[in-house]
Design a protein around this ligand. Structure first.
Ligand SMILES: [Fe+2]
Length: 178
């Protein structure tokens, strides 16, 4: 990768696109850092903390569909991460939209915690899973991690909250990058 480290790539994406919003009261960079901070506070493995930090990287990679962002960002983000990190980082990201559809099916009351933007994208992402799909999802590798990530994702939208900055993940990125 021509001397550029993976952290440089990530820092570049955050610097270029992180200031964008997607219908939430925080920028994508703020939201990403808050989601990762919640993972750290819960003592998640560093792979899952990194997944939390980078779960919306797909929004940085493609043209947005509307003011709520890019609705296939789970796939593009999962692919981007799979080329750079082990599956414990990329796969919870790939499944984090499915985890929302799963939680809508599996947990009465989950839909009520979703932000307006998240409800809007849910429809475009296929709506709540059927009971059969939800059972199949729960049995997939990395599904449990994707569900944990999803709950931090849903909470990481607090305007003005101070959390550790991107630089604090530099060593983790360097350690886990393929
Ligand atoms: Fe997110």
């Amino acid at each position: 990768m021509s001397g550029k480290t993976v952290f440089d790539e990530i820092a570049g994406l955050f610097a270029t696109y992180g200031g964008e919003t997607y219908g939430e009261g925080v920028t994508i960079a703020e939201h990403s850092l808050q989601t990762a901070a919640l993972a750290r506070v819960e003592g998640a493995d560093e792979t899952l903390c990194l997944a939390a930090l980078l779960h919306d990287v797909g929004h940085f990679l493609e043209e947005r569909d509307d003011r709520f962002g890019y609705h296939k960002h789970d796939r593009s983000g999962g692919d981007w991460l799979a080329a750079r990190f082990p599956p414990a980082v990329s796969e919870p990201v790939r499944l984090h939209v499915a985890a929302k559809r799963y939680l809508c099916a599996a947990e009465p009351g989950y839909f009520a915690v979703l932000s307006e933007a998240s409800r809007h994208s849910l429809a475009k992402q296929g709506g709540p899973m059927s009971a059969g799909d939800a059972a199949a999802f729960a049995g997939r590798p990395h599904a449990a991690e994707a569900v944990r990530l999803r709950r931090w994702d849903d909470r990481g939208k607090v305007a003005g909250l101070e959390v550790p900055q991107l630089e604090t993940y530099r060593a983790t990125v360097a350690r886990l990058a393929l």
